[in-house]
Design a protein around this ligand. Structure first.
Ligand code: HAM
Length: 430
């Protein structure tokens, strides 16, 4: 009797495997993110991948709460895999209280989990660069973050015409909603967030259900269609709205001075799904807006307070790896996923001890080195060297090996030579 065949294991929906060739691309993204964050003076931090469920419920916003991966652990605690980093950051800030010197700039590269319908640009497990500035109300914190976004996208090889940072303000939206006499602004935000997806008719119906009259909803629509600071200025009336608009104007002025004017635009359709934003909000899109958002963020001045701490202002953003990689791929900006090795150490006589000894010498000089792990014909060794992307081969047992001189070969040009490890190292480094 034959044993029943076991089904091979399956990759969970919405997750990815990172074989070495994908990992090389992934590390290129991580390295570029990290380098940019450090260049702007942000310090790296981390937290746990799971938190108490209540850190998210009620504070993050309905959509993200409905997407939580949560479970009860063996101690009967309600736990959630982190869907975003901001609540964890707020917890860290609250825990340390006044002992943290403010303002400070931190970054993190968390792996996040959201039970979303897996689709292009959205997965159930992804990575997200987070940059946040804690402890200042100043609009120049927003300027720093937006400059960092533009600068890091340039690092990836994108140009100003490839992406756009759409900026809006919850404060402005709020003051305008008050100006037109909206009964409950918090009910209106999620509708505004969906506005472009649901179409004019449903938009008006939903606003009516939230208590807005036809006139109010028309005014709101006109406001949301404003394309420039001047358009908005012509509509708004209250001092509070004027102040909120002046803040956006100040931000744009500074970004212009820093050379990023072409990267930012006023986009009042950016509302953000998360509940905790209180001021400037922004989203980054590819220029044609054909993809999901590359990044999103904003100011959250009351999150720490809502979580039981004192008032500590914060502002930051998250940039996901998935849409970014799609965009870079479309522009041919992802690196070659092939392995690159400096030196492959080969042997005519399968002298394994000598192979290990010479490999150690070259590794000590800072080169990446590989070699056969079992006796193999020279042809097979060369095949391995090529498969591993070796640039140079060093033979450990040529005629002059007893005097410490090794034959070597440049695999790209076929050039041959003999030399001590020191002279070979010099040639390889050129
Ligand atoms: P978010 O808009 O939910 O904001 O996410 C920011 C970015 O993360 C998105 O623009 C997208 O690139 C990426 N992202 C979100 N969900 C997924 C997914 N399911 N699959 C792939 N990528 C995804 C936040 O998370 C805020 N906590 C950001 C923030 C930091 N605000 C202040 N500080």
């Amino acid at each position: 009797m034959s044993t029943p065949k076991i089904q091979p294991p399956q990759l969970p929906k919405g997750t990815r495997d990172f074989y070495p060739e994908s990992m090389r691309v992934q590390n290129f993204i991580f390295d570029t993110w990290r380098r940019a964050a450090l260049r702007f003076g942000y310090e790296e931090y981390e937290g746990p991948m799971f938190e108490h469920l209540e850190l998210y419920t009620g504070k993050s916003g309905d959509e993200i709460v409905s997407q939580l991966y949560d479970f009860t652990d063996k101690g009967d605690r309600r736990i959630a895999l982190r869907p975003e980093m901001t609540p964890t950051l707020a917890r860290l800030v609250i825990q340390k209280g006044n002992s943290l010197k403010k303002p400070f700039k931190w970054f993190s590269l968390p792996r996040l989990f959201r039970y979303e319908r897996a689709q292009k640009g959205r997965l159930r497990e992804f990575f997200q660069l987070n940059l946040d500035i804690i402890g200042t109300d100043s609009i120049f914190a927003e300027a720093d973050l937006l400059a960092a976004i533009a600068s890091m996208l340039f690092d990836f090889g994108l140009k100003a015409e490839d992406f756009v940072i759409g900026v809006s303000s919850r404060k402005l939206l709020n003051t305008y909603l008050q100006e037109i006499g909206t009964p409950d602004a918090s009910k209106v935000y999620p509708i505004l967030d969906r506005r472009l997806k649901i179409g004019k008719e449903s938009f008006e119906m939903e606003l009516a259900a939230a208590g807005l009259s036809k006139e109010q909803s028309e005014k709101l629509d006109q406001f949301m269609n404003c394309k420039s600071v001047n358009d908005v200025d012509a509509i708004i009336q209250s001092e509070a709205s004027k102040e909120a608009l002046a803040e956006i104007q100040r931000l744009f002025g500074t970004l212009k001075a820093a050379g990023y004017a072409d990267c930012v635009t006023l986009d009042l359709s950016v509302v953000r799904g998360l509940a905790y934003y209180t001021g400037i909000v922004f989203e980054v899109f590819d220029k044609g807006k054909s993809m999901r958002a590359i990044a999103g963020g904003g100011r959250y001045d009351s999150l720490c307070e809502k979580l039981g701490g004192s008032r500590v202002p914060g502002v930051g953003f998250g940039m996901g790896d998935v849409v970014l990689a799609d965009l870079l791929n479309d522009h041919g900006l992802l690196p070659d996923p092939k392995q690159i090795l400096d030196v492959y150490v080969a042997s005519f006589t399968n002298d394994m001890d000598q192979i290990f000894k010479v490999a150690s010498i070259f590794r000590a000089k800072g080169f990446s080195v590989s070699h056969p792990l079992a006796e193999a014909k020279l042809g097979k060794q060369m095949e391995q060297a090529n498969n591993q992307g070796a640039k140079w081969v060093v033979y450990v047992d040529g005629d002059k090996a007893p005097e410490g001189q090794f034959e070597f070969k440049n695999l790209a040009t076929g050039e041959l030579g003999t030399g001590t490890p020191e002279t070979i190292a010099k040639i390889i480094s050129q």
